[in-house]
Ligand binder design. Sequence first.
Ligand code: C2E
Ligand code: CA
Ligand code: CA
Ligand code: CA
Length: 279
Amino acid sequence: TKKHKTHNYAVYSEELDQRSAYKLSIERELKTAIAKQQLVLYYQPIVALPNTKLSAMEALIRWNHPDLGMVPPDHFIPVSEESGQIVAIGRWVLYTACLQNKAWQDQGHPPIKICVNISTIQLHQPNFVQTVKSVLEETGLDAKWLELEVTESILLEETDSLKQSLCALKELGISLSIDDFGTGYTSLSYLRQFSFDRIKIDRSFIEDINNELKGKAITSTIISLAHRLGMAVVAEGIEDEAQLAFLQSERCNEGQGYYFSRPLPAELHDLPRLFNPSR
Ligand code: C2E
Ligand code: CA
Ligand code: CA
Ligand code: CA
């Protein structure tokens, strides 16, 4: 009936209002989050297989909010992408992560890569390559120790300017990886055209390794495809020995997940132990 519909609409629009009010407050408070030093980076180890020695760290952002506590990236990164705030936040992430990696090197640890997540919005900024270049200069980090992770969705638009940016980034000497591989619609022709250094198999496939035969089939197919295209493979979300054993038998190059370590603040990582794993 009409009445019912009206009622439904009212509920729906109230929900919508609440959601947009939440988004607006996030957006407003995010504006000062950098200045108030509320943004923090956690780091999660990426280890070489089969020896499980530390080979890289992925920087993962959190928002230490005075009332809400540690806000995970899924709660504010999408909002910041809509508002454009991701550009400033992304630069802060890049700078902070590179500075931390340089600090580890200066402390005498063997050099490793720092992997930084880059939003499609950042990559589309005309001055993005210049931003990366200045961050490397400001922090003194050698380009070969920086890797940018982009998601598959970036490959949907095969524009010339995007291709140029990706080429210019590679010319700086940094490496590039495709994040969450297998969840989007990557055109294989694009993979062939443009040389990414690594792909990261999405956690959902690693989860399926223990549950169903298809999980194993998909994972091993992705690994051999990547290898035949000259790319290394990182498996994300490794949580147990069985997943690790399967990935090692399939010659997966690197692994990341709670089995090795959760993401932690830099000072809580025991680097000497990560470089000399006992397992
Ligand atoms: P992602 O890049 O795919 O990062 C991996 C996520 O999986 C992280 O969640 C990590 O904590 C989680 N994870 C790692 N190992 C395991 C595991 O063994 N089991 C399970 N269940 N989870 C695991 P997090 O830190 O909440 O980040 C979520 C997403 O937010 C990231 O997904 C990335 O897309 C985005 N993100 C994080 N930091 C940044 C950033 O600085 N910039 C941008 N643009 N996006 C970011
Ligand atoms: Ca990532
Ligand atoms: Ca990922
Ligand atoms: Ca993911």
